[in-house]
Structures are given as C-alpha cells and as structure tokens.
Design a protein. Structure first.
Ligand SMILES: [Zn+2]
Length: 53
C-alpha cells in the first residue's frame, strides 16, 4: 500500500520565527493561515503564521 503524501504546513511564530506547529492545509482554506498559539521560545501566546516552503 502506497501512502499518499499529505501537504504539511509549518506554523511559524510571528515573533521569533520558530516553527512550533504543523498543520494540514485543507482545501477550504485559501491564502495565509494564522493561529494564536503558545510559543515555547517566547513563552507566551503569539500569532503563528504559515511558514515558507
Ligand atoms: Zn516565538
């Protein structure tokens, strides 16, 4: 059984640019993703944006 490759999107902290999260991009989402997530580097909640491929 061959596994299909699913596109994984990196979520980068907007403050320190650290990649903290990965998400699967759905077809419904267009453009840049942004999540408010906790960053272990900044030690606070920051905006995480879709990283460059
Ligand atoms: Zn950070």
């Amino acid at each position: 059984m061959a596994k299909k490759k699913k596109p994984i999107t990196k979520m980068q902290c907007g403050t320190c640019k650290e990649v903290n999260y990965f998400t699967k991009k759905t077809k419904q989402v267009e453009g840049k993703l942004a999540f408010k997530k906790h960053c272990s580097t900044c030690r606070k909640h920051t905006d995480h944006k879709e990283g460059k491929k």
